[in-house]
Design a binder for this molecule. Structure first.
Ligand code: ADP
Length: 489
């Protein structure tokens, strides 16, 4: 493999290219109109323009991307995450063009792309699943029977759903029929596939996923878990590794089951097996993501393994050089997704220009980003600015370092999730480890965040006043006194 085209943009395109360069492999970027001067374009050895800004006219154009690979002589394509990364038709077209697709086979992508097909593929392996049905359901009478069996509340899910979309909670039988009709019509219009199924709604779940690696020689290992329970709109915003609740025994069982899921679809490369974990630490298989995950840095930080390097080695046909028994969890890592979103206004996207952009630096602080000061965040794509990750010898140390990093991250021009991150990392529910996927609903309001800021402003004012006072005393300057009222507040 001499040259890799990265069919993506932003931080992940850069991240993949860095590893390729480290391995002595040349890189090709593709870019849309708005991305002409983007960092991934500047970084790559070569760059090819593939079309107008909307992703449907550029980053999702399979033929343009394959043409670009051919024109530049790239012998492999890395899809990153999002865009075409979980598109079996693309993986097949790349392979048919004689180019290596750095990822699993089209078959594995297809099976795991459908939640129902995935359940079907793993059911013979005795892996715990959320109670419910494993087939598409459209008859309300059948749905009622299933709901009675598993008990309300239930969740109606679209088989082709993704990104937290296509789910409906049903509290009681009286709403079942109506919700089902809606779910089917939504799934049809959003995913072009109206198949829906029913799962028991787990009331207080944690989202914990296992990283797996599989080579072309039948070796499959897991690289422990990531806890991704802090979510908004069913989408992750904070992740950590390891989870603070798994015991070594549950971890080993979950790891074994994740490896089995990978084997069930003849998986290849880096993949993620997602589980829901209930209050009693029972876990249930949710789905498998057949690509590099956004939150992969926390796994890299606790294992010391470069996952992109492993993807490339596996795609080249090499054997995994790491054995399960060689792997150990080293310390603790946390990641905050820094989105251009307004945490004071329902996390609505808030794109604009980064008038000030200074990233925190220091040992064990990792910033994966795709922007520089002065650059604009385009409206066309995901509004993530960066992933801020920190490592510590234990969870407390990682959180402390994260809080320092947030304080040293200067972003002006757009509102971001940085203050929300601080809110979470200082919250008792997070620091004690007692939280689930409802963290935001249960513990967060914009008012609480504002209050935190107000208190901080008071503390800063009091501190400044106190220092001023002490300096004055040291210098024996009388009369420079700050009123006790201010200091106390
Ligand atoms: P998607 O493919 O859209 O990401 P997932 O099946 O991975 O959908 O679920 C996304 C999130 O939705 C989970 O992390 C969890 O917060 C919630 N969720 C999914 N299934 C259930 C369930 N049966 N009970 C409770 N929450 C669920």
């Amino acid at each position: 493999m001499k040259k890799i085209l990265v069919a993506n943009r932003g931080e992940i395109a850069l991240r993949v290219m860095r590893t390729a360069r480290k391995m002595g492999i040349a890189t090709v970027a593709v870019y849309s109109e708005v991305d002409s001067n983007a960092r991934h374009v500047q970084f790559a050895d070569e760059a090819v323009y593939i079309g107008p800004s909307p992703s449907s006219e550029s980053y999702l154009k399979m033929d343009k991307i394959i043409e670009a690979a051919k024109a530049t002589g790239a012998d492999a394509i890395h899809p990153g995450y999002g865009f075409l990364s979980e598109n079996a038709v693309f993986a097949q077209a790349v392979t048919d063009a004689g180019i290596i697709f750095i990822g699993p086979t089209p078959h594995a992508i297809e099976v795991m792309g459908s939640k129902l097909a995935a359940k079907d593929a793993v059911k013979q392996y005795n892996i715990p699943m959320v109670p419910g049905v494993d087939h598409s359901i459209s008859d309300p009478e059948e749905a009622k029977k299933v709901a009675e069996r598993v008990g309300y509340p239930i969740l109606i899910k679209a088989s082709a759903g993704g990104g937290g979309k296509g789910m409906r909670v049903v509290e009681s039988e009286s709403e079942l029929e109506e919700q089902m009709t809606r779910a089917i019509s939504e799934a049809t219009s959003a995913f072009g596939d109206g198949s829906v199924f029913i799962e028991k709604y787990i009331g207080s779940p944690r989202h914990i996923e296992m990283q797996v690696l599989a080579d072309q020689h039948g070796n499959v290992i897991h690289l422990f878990e990531r806890e991704c329970s802090v979510q908004r709109r069913h989408q992750k915003v904070i992740e950590e590794a390891p989870s603070s609740v798994l015991t070594p025994e549950i971890r080993a069982n979950m790891g074994r089951d994740a490896v089995m899921v990978a084997k069930a679809c003849q998986y290849l490369g880096a993949g993620t097996v997602e589980f829901l974990v209930d209050e009693n630490l029972n876990y249930y298989f949710l789905e498998m993501n057949t690509r590099l995950q956004v939150e992969h840095p926390v796994t890299e930080m606790i294992t010391g393994i470069d996952l992109v390097e492993q993807q490339i080695r596996i795609a080249r046909g090499e054997r995994l050089s790491i054995k399960q028994e060689d792997l150990k969890i080293n310390g603790h890592a946390i990641e905050l997704r820094v989105y251009a979103e307004n945490p004071y206004d329902n996390f609505l996207p808030n794109v604009g220009t980064l008038h000030t952009y200074r990233r925190p630096t220091g040992e064990h602080i990792r910033v994966d980003d795709g922007y520089e000061e002065g650059m604009a965040i385009p409206i066309y794509y995901d509004p993530m600015i960066a992933k801020l990750a920190t490592w510590g010898i234990n969870r407390t140390a990682a959180i402390k370092r994260m809080l320092e990093a947030i304080a040293n991250y200067e972003i002006e021009g757009v509102v971001t999730t940085l203050p929300f991150g601080r809110f979470v990392f200082e919250h008792d529910a997070f620091t004690s480890g007692h939280f689930d996927t409802h963290f935001v609903n249960k513990h967060y309001t914009p008012d609480l965040l504002r209050q935190l800021h107000r208190e901080e402003a008071h503390v800063a004012a009091a501190l400044a006043a106190k220092l001023n006072n002490e300096e004055a005393e040291k210098l024996h300057i009388p009369n420079v006194k700050v009123s006790a009222w201010r200091v106390k507040r």
